[in-house]
Design a protein around this ligand. Structure first.
Ligand code: APR
Length: 270
């Protein structure tokens, strides 16, 4: 394990455009359950997953009914919402923020809707599956803070007059094109991709590493590193160059320490 941590630190320190991809696994040490791990939301409650697959269709057919259900589930009165408001970053989130402050990580693309990366101080965050604190118009693409609407009159309406939905991307819902394009641009631009806490089974997000890897070898090649509690299809298919298996909250701070040592050695020699 220690060699892999040193290897990841050396790869990060040598990179020119590193990006980070994250999933629910980076937030479990903050007390937010993941989806498909042993204690995951879908693993422990398959009915909730089946319900989640109906949400997008429900919004398209009956936005008012969608909102009534959502307010119960994730609305400001719900446990989920309160938890999202109170939850704090863990050392894994802080390590990613630190790598950004060092100028090594250029962008963090997350599947998480919890907003914890920003709480840890990470600035350049792309919410690939949306954010729980926002509303979005499917018609004109506008986004609003959830606090900008009283949610007494349902469904809330966009300035363009169309009903708004939560910004969170539901199953079967297309990823907003602005986010999808920006994420693909980063995958095509990066020379290192650090993938943390995701089972890498949900598409199109899970296609980003292969997209980057397909850019070939040598100078134009990309280093793909996973930090995850378990191997994933990226590991098994050889899309990632290596996996550091364990908890992101324990491993990422060690990687950052090693990067710090390398950068100070580099400064001494310059
Ligand atoms: N450190 C490292 N890995 C962890 C940790 C941890 N502390 N805790 C859990 N993991 C790993 C799990 O073993 C699992 O492989 O993180 C992964 C989390 O995978 P999922 O639960 O599938 O979450 P994610 O990949 O983010 O799901 C993708 O699916 O349900 C939808 O929209 C939802 O954005 C979500 C998407």
């Amino acid at each position: 394990m220690h060699n892999l941590i040193k290897r990841a630190a050396a790869d990060l320190a040598a990179s020119n455009h590193a990006i980070v991809l994250t999933g629910a696994g980076v937030s479990t040490e903050s007390g937010v359950a993941d989806f498909r791990g042993p204690k995951g939301i879908w693993t422990t409650n398959p009915q909730a997953e089946a319900q989640a697959y109906q949400r997008y269709e429900r919004f398209l057919n009956d936005p008012k009914a969608y909102w009534e259900e959502m307010l119960d589930t994730v609305g400001s009165g719900s446990y989920f919402y309160r938890q999202m408001r109170e939850v704090a970053p863990n050392p894994g989130h802080h390590a990613i923020a630190h790598l950004e402050q060092l100028g090594i990580v250029k962008c963090t693309i997350t599947q998480n809707v919890d907003g914890i990366h920003e709480k840890a101080g990470t600035r350049n965050v792309m919410h690939y599956h949306g954010a729980v604190e926002k509303l979005r118009c499917l018609s004109c693409g506008s986004r609003f803070g959830v606090d900008e609407y009283s949610l007494e009159k349902l469904p809330p309406l966009c300035r363009c007059g169309r009903p708004l939905k939560y910004d969170v991307v539901h199953f079967q819902e297309p990823i907003p094109t602005d986010i999808m394009d920006a994420a693909e641009e980063e995958a095509m631009k990066c020379d290192l991709m650090l993938i943390c806490g995701t089972s890498a089974v949900v598409y199109p997000f899970a296609a980003l590493p292969a997209m980057a890897r397909s850019r070939g070898r040598g100078a134009s090649g990309v280093k793909i590193i996973e930090v995850n509690a378990d191997p994933t299809p990226l590991t098994h298919q050889g899309i990632s160059h290596y996996l550091i298996q364990g908890k992101t909250g324990e491993i990422l701070p060690l990687v950052v320490d090693e990067v710090g040592k390398l950068l100070s050695q580099r400064d001494k020699h310059e």
